[in-house]
Design a protein around this ligand. Structure first.
Ligand SMILES: [Zn+2]
Ligand SMILES: [Zn+2]
Length: 242
């Protein structure tokens, strides 16, 4: 059984209802965090978790709405009530190691003090982590942007931010659940999906279930729109898979 908590479902335009998009996965005893933008740390605490309980963080890309709370997270691992001892993995696309080094140059206090941190670049390949097979592919947003698929009895895909992407179609083909950005209902902005481009991708990939997230405020008027063929995520949504 895998549980997903939607800690945030918003964008670079945070609102009280939606903080930056971030997903917490419970896989057996392990906890995986996908993206960690502003206010996600606060959301973790609201869900009764502290930073020392997260085992792996994936950054789909480096935009601030996906990475802004990472220094605060790492700082808390050193200087929280209990210093972190549990190993931590940080996984991302091209440039993840340099990104981490740059953060450490700005904030030397985030270098791990009492625990082991592994920073891993995983691009267009698969990586086996504690019986979770993580497969990534580049998507159309930033040069480092990746989508990821997790296989562990059930299969999940997280798109990160992307425009129409053949790699994302391939990755999410027949998957149990696709969590996909759909920034705007109608407006088309380069680097992002709207309902029209998303439908084209779903028709090809045929995932079993689709949840849309990374939603700009213009979605607020569409939350009860029954013509939308997928679940519209909200902060606090929880889903059990498997
Ligand atoms: Zn974003
Ligand atoms: Zn972005």
């Amino acid at each position: 059984m895998v549980k997903i908590k939607f800690l945030g479902t918003g964008t670079s335009c945070p609102t009280l209802e939606r903080v930056s998009s971030s997903y917490l996965l419970y896989v057996g005893e392990k906890k995986l965090l996908i993206d960690i933008g502003p206010s996600v740390l606060r959301r973790l605490i609201e869900h009764g978790l502290n930073v020392n309980e997260v085992d792996l963080i994936v950054l789909t890309h480096f935009h601030v709405d996906h990475s802004g709370d990472l220094p605060a997270f790492l700082f808390a691992c050193n200087y929280g009530l209990e210093p972190r001892r549990r190993p931590l993995y940080l996984l991302g696309g091209d440039g993840i190691k340099q990104f981490f080094r740059n953060l450490c140059n700005c904030y030397p206090w985030i270098k791990p003090k009492h625990y082991d941190l592994q920073v891993l670049r995983v691009v267009n390949e698969s990586y086996l982590w504690n019986e979770v097979k993580i497969i990534t592919k580049r998507v159309n947003h930033n040069r480092e942007s990746i989508a990821l698929r997790l296989d562990m009895g059930v299969s999940l895909v997280f798109s990160g931010d992307t425009d129409f992407s053949r790699n994302l179609i391939e990755l999410s083909s027949g998957v149990d659940l696709l969590v996909v950005e759909c920034s705007f209902p109608e407006r088309k902005v380069k680097g992002h999906l709207n309902l029209h481009t998303l439908r084209k991708m779903i028709d090809k990939a045929k995932p079993k279930q689709v949840i849309i997230s990374h939603l700009y405020p213009e979605w607020d008027k569409r939350m009860r729109d029954s013509s939308i063929p997928c679940i519209i995520a909200y902060d606090g949504l929880e889903i059990d898979i498997g």
